[in-house]
Design a protein around this ligand. Sequence first.
Ligand code: ADP
Ligand code: MG
Length: 243
Amino acid sequence: MSESSRPKGPSPLVVRGVRRSFKVGERRIEILHGVDLDLHDGERLCLMGASGAGKTTLLNVIGLLDRPDEGSVQIMGTEAWAQSAPARARLRNRSLGFVFQFYHLLPELSALENATLTARLAGLRGGALSAQRDRAAEILRRFGLSERLGHRPGRLSGGEQQRVAIARALLLDPPILVADEPTGNLDRATGERVLELLFEEQERRAFSLLLVTHDERLAQRCSRVVYMEDGLIQADSTTPIPH
Ligand SMILES: Nc1ncnc2c1ncn2[C@@H]1O[C@H](COP(=O)(O)OP(=O)(O)O)[C@@H](O)[C@H]1O
Ligand SMILES: [Mg+2]
């Protein structure tokens, strides 16, 4: 293992034996068949795999949005799914940023209000909240959106909406950022600009990034790639990519 790819600290995210099935009509169909995954401290891990392989299902379990039938998700050393719902929500607010393919901005809020949402959900009020609003504005300006702070999502392009979503995910400086095909809905040039921003922010903040993508070229920019097939991470699929 080269110096640059050596883990720096304990893995911020450890997934063990995760199973998830869904009821479809009268049947239960298992989608995740016992997934193990480690996200190392500070790395940029790329998760690839065909459509339908179970990547989003796994990310929803990791993002604490969907409870697995079996298995564990440790986030910053805490057994996430063993916590009470409020404790899990606090863990999510403190430790995880999530970026979706379809942005998931609230249509009635401005870009700035959307980016500040994380602070509201974390329960910040008064001066602490307005300090975070200032930070959100600063991030949005850095992302080239200074003229768009007051715009609602409906008046923003896809690339602009995704930049707002990334600002929202990064606002509270989470140690882990999970992104599910963040450029999947963008044209190539726009997607590349969004990714540059994401990678620059990773340099700046040193969070650990788990990135789902179909794009082989993007995988080249990651420190490691793992492949998912039919609800399992391929055992021999870990490829450290030299920078
Ligand atoms: N809520 C659900 N109910 C039933 N089937 C689901 C549900 N969510 C996902 N699936 C199925 O699980 C499989 C994996 O889906 P998904 O995790 O979205 O794959 P990927 O993100 O790799 O394209 C698909 O066959 C999909 O239809
Ligand atoms: Mg998906």
